[in-house]
Design a protein around this ligand. Sequence first.
Ligand SMILES: Cc1cc2nc3c(=O)[nH]c(=O)nc-3n(C[C@H](O)[C@H](O)[C@H](O)COP(=O)(O)OP(=O)(O)OC[C@H]3O[C@@H](n4cnc5c(N)ncnc54)[C@H](O)[C@@H]3O)c2cc1C
Length: 420
Amino acid sequence: MTEAVPLDVDLALLGGGGAASLLLAALDRHGVRDLRIAVVDPVRRRGQDRTWAFWGHPDSDLDPLLSASWRQVEVATPARRRLLDLAPLRYAMLRSGPVYDRAAEAERRLDALRIVAPAVSAVDDGTRVVVRTGDGGGVRAGWVLDSRPRPPARPGRTTWLQHFRGWWLESDQPVFDPARAVLMDFRTPQPARGVSFGYVLPVSDRYALVEYTEFSPALLTDAGYDAALIRYRDLLGLDPAGLRVREVENGVIPMTDAPFPARPSPRVVRLGTAGGATRPSTGFTFSAMYRQADQVARALAAGRPPVPDPAYPRRHRWMDAVALRALDRGGVGGPEFFDRLFDRNPAERVLRFLDGVTTPAEEIAIMNSTRLLPMIAATAGDAAHRFRDRLRPTRPAAAIPAAVVGVPPTVGRGAGSEPG
Ligand SMILES: Cc1cc2nc3c(=O)[nH]c(=O)nc-3n(C[C@H](O)[C@H](O)[C@H](O)COP(=O)(O)OP(=O)(O)OC[C@H]3O[C@@H](n4cnc5c(N)ncnc54)[C@H](O)[C@@H]3O)c2cc1C
């Protein structure tokens, strides 16, 4: 029996979640019309499955989709509650529903082909990429933009998780201040290893997302998240009698210095968390995804290859590795670390730093505001660890997650062959 000849497209998006949705919208926005596009995902994303919080300048493209935005945010520690003025930036909340709706509209206008099946392999021969899908079909694409979740190329030197549960709370009484969000509230009990904080994103005086988050190596149990949220609700002085939990939001985001290669083969570009858009020191991803979606769309509109700049400059990834190490090895306490950052720098500089868009001079100022000795110790530890890694002749096979091992090189060139 002969195999069906795969359909030819210019662009195949593997994964249709956050990164792909922002990209579809950007392609539409930049007037890309003459490309044949396929979107491959076993799930059609719609509705509210996550809430994105991010900061940036007010933006005519995104702002109509926002649920709320704030010029002022609070950062609280047991010692003090600091109100930060973010001008000229603002902190913003975007629910996934409007993002997916806009992407669906863009998909229609771009006349994209939707394949509701998993991509199981993508074999890049340097001129085309053959994508096979779980329904037995597939496409042959000029370029693949791959945002399927995947493990890093090798384990990190520090591997934490950002894990959280949020409650959308509706109150009978006006109990929230819609003029300001709580960005990080470190008055929560701190875990033995890691950092915890609560936050509050109000959309009105009676409706808010109240969340408990940990940066730590291991997840809590279901009951553990609920208990932490109840404690945080009580700390905020919210009376449970007048509150209803309208929705629950859970999430786990990697926080690691492990590498997520963004260009595994000539015609495969990884986007989103899989492409390294998740900032290791904070888990924030949205701004980098949005920035890269815009760069890819601009490139395609100008007839150039769809290759964005790296999500973060190399020196930022190094600083994140050092900061994560210092937090993990106990040299620096999380609340103290963030407290000093916001104490000694304008809020706007810290936020731009966390997005990876500061200048080297600003970064020196940021580094100087952390406690020097533990950071020097972590820098030395990181350097020693890198050196040891370099001396190792081969990486232990067990350290390479099975999902990253490609199909045999007899298939295509192997470089971009990846089981899904
Ligand atoms: C609940 C939650 C809240 C978050 N909040 C924030 C926030 O406030 N701010 C922030 O900056 N970041 C946040 N993040 C992190 C990040 O922004 C999101 O995870 C974002 O959705 C990442 O986009 P992505 O495209 O990389 O992955 P996803 O959005 O997860 O999309 C991946 C897609 O790949 C599909 N897929 C899986 N396997 C296959 C396959 N074999 N073939 C084809 N498709 C496949 C999935 O069905 C999915 O649709 C949050 C994450 C979560 C989970």
